[in-house]
Design a protein. Structure first.
Length: 220
């Protein structure tokens, strides 16, 4: 699907939901923005992928099986969203190493609001958080799902953070492994949400019920 067609579909879905609550409106606006960023490569994806720099690179594979594919970074926006492309043209968007959107997988994550999680990754604290996922239904509508998540530290196979989330219709567990060391300058007045998260080196991140979870690892 082309970038223009995808953005039009998402825009129509958002307009149809204008009478919904404020949370849907807020996540919906993020959905449209991220849809434009993460849209898959149109036309022949192979030449487009090959034109991208070979580094930085990221490995990705489905947890359900299959070979690892090498992602190349297409761009990084001014607000820190990185979009990576697979050899088949499918797209993956991350903010601070946290997956916030996919395109071209079939059952895509249109957008994710992960503000709470990014704050926890930044300060390295356990606790409870909330996240919101946007999916495109078969009727062309945006469905927003909310999840309550418990964040706990893990020590194996190495120190990291486990995110266990439960929603109305599905649940999942993500894991994030980041380099050790301080993450925030506590002498400043920045809030936790404004503090930068550490770079996520390896992770297991949920996409959707049909796609399942993907495993990512930095190769540079």
């Amino acid at each position: 699907m082309t970038r223009i067609a995808l953005s039009g579909m998402v825009l129509c879905a958002l307009l149809a939901g204008c009478s919904s609550d404020g949370e849907l409106q807020r996540v919906g606006r993020a959905t449209l923005s991220d849809a434009l960023r993460a849209a898959p490569v149109s036309g022949d994806p192979v030449p487009a992928y090959q034109r991208l720099p070979a580094h930085p690179a990221m490995g990705a594979r489905r947890e359900s099986g299959g070979a690892e594919v090498i992602l190349r970074r297409r761009d990084r926006s001014a607000d820190g969203v990185e979009t990576w492309i697979a050899p088949d043209g499918s797209g993956f968007s991350f903010r601070d190493g946290v997956l916030i959107g996919t395109r071209g997988l079939g059952d895509d994550l249109m957008a994710a609001d992960v503000t709470d999680l990014r704050a926890r990754l930044a300060d390295g604290q356990d606790g409870r958080s909330e996240r919101f996922h946007s999916y495109l239904t078969g009727e062309g509508q945006i469905e927003v799902r909310s999840y309550v998540c418990d964040l706990t530290h893990v020590l194996q196979p190495r120190p990291g953070l486990r995110e266990t989330c439960a929603g109305v219709s599905d649940s999942f567990t993500n894991t994030y492994f980041t380099p050790p060391g301080p993450t925030t300058d506590r002498t400043t007045d920045r809030t936790r949400a404004e503090a930068p998260a550490r770079s996520v080196e390896t992770s297991r991140q949920y996409v959707s019920a049909a796609t399942g979870a993907l495993r990512f690892r930095n190769l540079d």
